[in-house]
Design a protein around this ligand. Structure first.
Ligand SMILES: O=C[C@H](O)COP(=O)(O)O
Length: 228
């Protein structure tokens, strides 16, 4: 399962990339709005930081297929290869996806709440389909089950599209999908940090250091203690 950051704050992206194995960054118009900066200014800064080989996912905003196609071309022109254009999985979006796939533009089908949306997006040739796990939960359905169902539909129909699960609120949701072998998850920075936040882990590591310092002296590590 690939791991992506669902955020557009460059400082947070830098911090998470410093510590964790990250495959890319996803954004949407609401995430860009939260950054409080001009969209292409912040997106170019993210692209420059993550490098040309990492995935960057950016959403179209136009309402009709023609406008979505124009948005997509601008997004790829400004941000380069390995940019995935997020297109809402609605009728105008499916129409845009079919046109864009013919032009070799990478598509992430987004705003997915039902397996049928994902199936149609995959048939249109999208590279990824992004179900919103926690938002589905909040509607009274089971976001994890829906996401697994989408993964199975792709495999059972020999569709190359991978799931890019989004909208996580806790580690357990991420773990369950990781165990199932879905293609990718995009996760907000605070949830990524929460993946390994655990008092037992912190305490075990602290105890190792304390025991070593009791033997060699305070502040001593393998690199700086005196051999004799
Ligand atoms: O692009 C979609 C977002 O990842 C949804 O996440 P959210 O439910 O936390 O806003």
């Amino acid at each position: 399962m690939k791991l992506l950051i669902d955020d557009a704050h460059i400082d947070l992206i830098k911090k998470i990339c410093d510590y964790y194995p990250v495959d890319g960054v996803t954004t949407n118009p609401s995430i860009l709005a939260k950054s409080g900066r001009q969209p292409f200014e912040v997106l170019k800064e993210i692209r420059s930081f993550i490098g040309k080989d990492a995935e960057l996912h950016v959403q179209v905003v136009a309402k009709d297929a023609e406008g979505m196609v124009e948005d997509a071309h601008r997004i790829v022109k400004e941000l380069g290869a390995n940019t995935y254009v997020k297109v809402p999985s609605v009728p105008e979006g499916f129409k845009a996806m079919k046109i864009l796939v013919k032009g070799n533009i990478n598509i992430t089908a987004t705003a997915i709440y039902t397996p049928m949306q994902a199936f149609l997006a995959a048939k249109c040739g999208a590279s990824y389909a992004a179900p919103y796990v926690n938002r589905i939960d909040n509607m009274g359905f089971n976001g994890i089950q829906v996401t697994k169902q989408i993964h199975d539909i792709f495999k059972n129909n020999n569709l190359k599209t991978e799931v890019l699960a989004a909208s996580f609120k806790n580690s357990q949701q991420v773990l369950e999908l990781c165990e199932y072998g879905i293609g990718a998850s995009t996760i907000a920075p605070d949830i990524i940090e929460g993946l390994v936040k655990n008092q037992a882990i912190t305490s075990a590591v602290d105890d190792f250091i304390k025991d070593f310092e009791a033997l060699t002296g305070e502040g001593k590590t393998m690199s700086n203690y005196d051999l004799y």
